[in-house]
Design a protein around this ligand. Structure first.
Ligand code: TEU
Ligand code: CA
Length: 558
């Protein structure tokens, strides 16, 4: 039975980090009405779906990923009426809106937690994870993902509560069916408002190993790695199948889970075509390659052979069984052109386009993060106080404050992988603060906004923006891209990423040069005379014998 093709398979999804997208009232903070001003820009890019990072009421300890009211809008972002207008206008332009569901934890300012911490007998007590002290200390040695311990002592009731993220983000207790029901009711409330689905924050973390065992000490962290015990836990698929039965199956939604600790095997359980759970998962194997002795805090270059192995494995192991999500960037990772390409002025645009050719001609739903379509780069702030991310400040405190590394070394790590690289204001034009705000931005803009901005690029046919428009326009009508099989070629080549797609006799060759040197390219079975250039990132067509610096191109042949 040829079931109707799901709309989210062919959709270009654009992630907005509202705090940094567009300010409309001069307070230096992006807001909903600012997004409304930019909807035609998104429509012009070819966006089908907007994924909106959290806009719910929040004290902003983790920029909205700490929610104090799931059914109210953060005051700095506007009102529920502004949200309703945004949703109406998004739909009016034929686009869809997907919200960010953050239900592994709430803010400690959520009424549920305020109640829960009042007494051990409070009806909301077991909405959260409370444990007695153990041998005079914390219940186990788990580290917070922002460094430091994952347990906080609450003197009023003499117990610890779990917070895998910040101390102001207590983990919810998903073992509690009453809590789960409250979450599903909240999701239904948003469904009735007409949203089109959810990106689900750390959804793989909802079920914890009941024995809460200690984790391995690693990455130079004085606390243990609890991830094997809080990711992909024993009841996670039971919970998500229940969520699907109770709520997801009632709406024509797109659902994509943030898969901390998720590999291809787990992804097939979460998002297999017949899993009865979610539509897609985000994995992080490609953006967390080449860790150092301090985990993600390093300055290691990417090993292309490893990158090719990871992305190819996801293509091959999900083929015919689940649907890939294709992303280079989001609000938690450094800018792709700085990490995987080259942000040197002479190569920035070229390599940004090459990265788009490399990833988005694979099979799966393409995700673009705000500013990626302009080739925005890492921010390189020289002063620690210019950073805003709680994770950056907590890791700096532990590593430098704790005497593990010096200031310069840590600043190098922060420049390389800090989350604020992706959170500087969207660069709209060359006016003050890149046109993001007429006030003082909550975080400094990237100094290169005068050269790298949307207005300059929208008027130029060889800009990154124009290239993204063209790529996604071509992609929409290409079944060899949308449904074709995938085969990696030249797996051991250290500088070229070359793969072949095939669909009903049509073949596409995708070849990308990740270096600033000419690379000979000979591919068995492909002769250039028979092939037609489908897309390329140089003005002149590629010479058939090799690729120029950061060249990305695709040919087809029937
Ligand atoms: O991120 C989950 C997450 O694990 C990554 O943020 C990563 O662990 C972190 O960067 C530490 O290295 C999600 C959201 O995307 C992130 O913005 C939130 O901070 C986090 O969950 C808590 O909600
Ligand atoms: Ca504002």
């Amino acid at each position: 039975m040829n079931r109707r093709r799901e709309w989210w398979k062919d959709s270009l999804v654009y992630q907005i980090y509202p705090r940094s997208f567009q300010d409309s009232n001069g307070d230096g903070i992006g807001d909903l009405n600012g997004i409304r001003q930019r909807l035609s820009y998104l429509k012009g890019l070819g966006v089908d779906v907007i994924w909106l990072s959290p806009v719910y009421k929040s004290p902003n300890d983790d920029n909205g990923y700490d929610i104090s009211d799931y059914q109210a809008i953060m005051e700095e972002f506007g009102t529920m009426e502004d949200f309703d207008a945004l949703l109406r206008e998004v739909h009016g332009l034929g686009m869809k809106l997907v919200m960010d569901l953050v239900v592994n934890h709430t803010s400690d300012e959520h009424p549920w937690f305020k109640e829960s911490r009042k007494s051990r007998e409070n009806p909301y007590r077991d909405y959260y994870i409370w444990k007695e002290e153990k041998e005079g200390g914390m219940p186990n040695n788990w580290a917070s993902r922002f460094r430091g311990p994952a347990w906080a002592w609450d003197g009023s009731t003499g117990m610890y509560y779990l917070h895998i993220f910040s101390k102001k983000q207590p983990d919810l207790n998903w073992e509690n069916p009453g809590l789960r029901k409250k979450i599903y009711d909240m999701m239904a409330w948003w469904g009735e408002k007409g949203i089109d689905g959810f990106r689900m924050d750390v959804i793989s973390m909802l079920s914890k190993e009941p024995s809460y065992p200690d984790g391995e000490l690693k990455d130079g962290n004085p606390y243990g790695d609890g991830q094997p015990f809080y990711a992909n836990g024993p009841r996670i698929h039971e919970f998500l199948k229940e969520m699907n039965r109770e709520i997801l199956s009632r709406f024509d939604w797109m659902t994509v889970g943030e898969g901390v600790g998720v590999g291809t095997k787990e992804a097939l359980e979460y998002a297999g075509f017949d899993s009865g759970e979610l539509n897609m998962m985000f994995h992080f194997e490609h953006v967390e390659l080449c860790p150092g002795p301090y985990g993600k805090w390093n300055v290691n270059p990417v090993d292309l052979v490893q990158l090719k192995e990871v992305l190819s494995r996801w293509q091959l192991e999900l083929e015919g069984r689940a649907w890939n999500s294709l992303f280079w960037e989001n609000h938690d990772y450094p800018r792709a052109v700085s990490r995987f390409g080259s942000d040197a002025p002479q190569y920035r645009e070229r390599s940004a386009k090459m990265l788009a050719v490399c990833l988005y001609l694979m099979k799966g739903t393409p995700y673009v993060y705000q500013g990626q379509e302009l080739g925005m780069t890492n921010c390189g702030f020289q002063k620690l106080e210019d950073f805003r991310d709680i994770e950056i400040h907590q890791v700096y405190e532990e590593m430098v404050g704790g005497g593990k590394v010096g200031h310069e070394e840590m600043m190098g790590y922060i420049h390389h992988t800090g989350r604020d690289n992706a959170r500087t204001p969207m660069q709209w034009d060359d006016s003050a603060h890149g046109g993001f705000t007429e006030g003082t931005p909550w975080i400094r803009e990237n100094d290169n906004y005068r050269a790298v901005n949307a207005r300059e690029q929208m008027g130029r046919k060889d800009s990154v923006y124009a290239f993204y428009q063209r790529l996604f326009c071509l992609r929409k009508d290409s079944w060899v891209v949308k449904e074709g099989t995938y085969r990696l070629l030249l797996p051991e080549h250290p500088g070229l990423f070359v793969y072949e797609r095939e669909w009903e006799g049509e073949k596409m060759l995708v070849a990308c040069n990740f270096t600033d040197q000419w690379q000979e390219l000979t591919v068995p079975g492909w002769t250039w005379q028979e092939a037609r250039l489908w897309l390329g990132n140089y003005e002149e067509a590629p010479k058939g014998t090799g690729l120029r610096p950061y060249e990305g191109a695709a040919w087809i042949r029937v």
